[in-house]
Write a protein that binds this ligand. Structure first.
Ligand code: SF4
Length: 239
């Protein structure tokens, strides 16, 4: 069975599930892939918190991981702790081979200022590649309306980069639906969302966004880059 055959099978499944409520998509995926399914949660976006809550309602034994680049905000680590207490789970930090200091030694300081794609490749994509080798499927909280690069997101698809099934149960939700769910269920979320940060990543590559500005403008400001490479190819050219 090659990648294309698998991709076609998933496209068929996606058609059948596209209109299903997210909790139904999650239940289906958990049934099909457990115990080889994992939830990615960045703890830096509201949609991930909804996905986390929905997965926990289905099965609290599904492992939850986050990419601990070593450059996350204090508020993000605080949220991990809150989730640990609230749900009684142990989110897995997936870290790069090199610490930030070792990376600076090998490639010079503040690589993110010169080549963020290389930095993301080492601190996010490679660690996720190694980690997902242990699983058949990952669940992600990304949405189609978040960026042009995410418009084609399917609820079930074959992820050729990581060679696993990718389940995006909230692909068709929008920001308003996400916050309505968070408020209704009193979910924890990253405190920086209340300080003008719609999306929270690494400290050097995230800033607050002004009213009316694009929601992704606060990520990699100054670069022609809106993706880290986990969900879509980052832009080839910089600046
Ligand atoms: S978001 Fe910035 S600091 Fe974090 S891994 Fe990517 S380039 Fe490096």
């Amino acid at each position: 069975v090659n990648d294309t055959t698998v991709a076609l099978d998933y496209a068929e499944l996606a058609r059948g599930l596209d209109d299903a409520p997210p909790s139904e998509i999650i239940s289906w995926a958990v049934e099909r892939f457990r115990p080889s399914i994992v939830l990615a949660c960045s703890f830096g976006g509201p949609t991930g918190m909804v996905a986390l809550d929905m997965v926990m309602n289905v099965d609290r034994t599904i492992p939850v991981y986050y990419l601990d680049t070593g450059l996350l905000f204090r508020e993000t680590y605080e949220l991990v702790e809150r989730v640990r207490r609230q749900y009684g789970i142990d989110p897995i930090p997936v870290a790069p081979d090199r610490t930030v200091a070792q990376q600076a030694e090998a490639f010079g300081p503040a690589l993110w200022e010169r080549d963020p794609n290389a930095c993301c490749a080492m601190r996010k994509v490679q660690p996720q590649l190694s980690f997902l080798q242990n699983f058949d499927a990952w669940i992600s909280g990304i949405r189609r309306d978040q960026a042009k690069t995410r418009e084609a997101t399917q609820v079930v698809q074959y992820d050729a980069r990581f060679k696993v099934a990718k389940i995006c149960p909230l692909a068709h939700w929008d920001e308003r639906m996400v916050w309505t769910y968070i408020d209704a269920h009193h979910l924890p979320y990253n405190a920086l969302h209340d300080a003008g940060y719609p999306s929270v990543g690494c400290v050097p590559c995230t800033r607050a966004v002004a009213d009316g500005e694009d929601r992704r403008a606060g990520r990699w400001p100054g670069f022609n880059k809106i993706e880290c490479g986990l969900h879509a190819e980052p832009a080839a050219g910089e600046h």
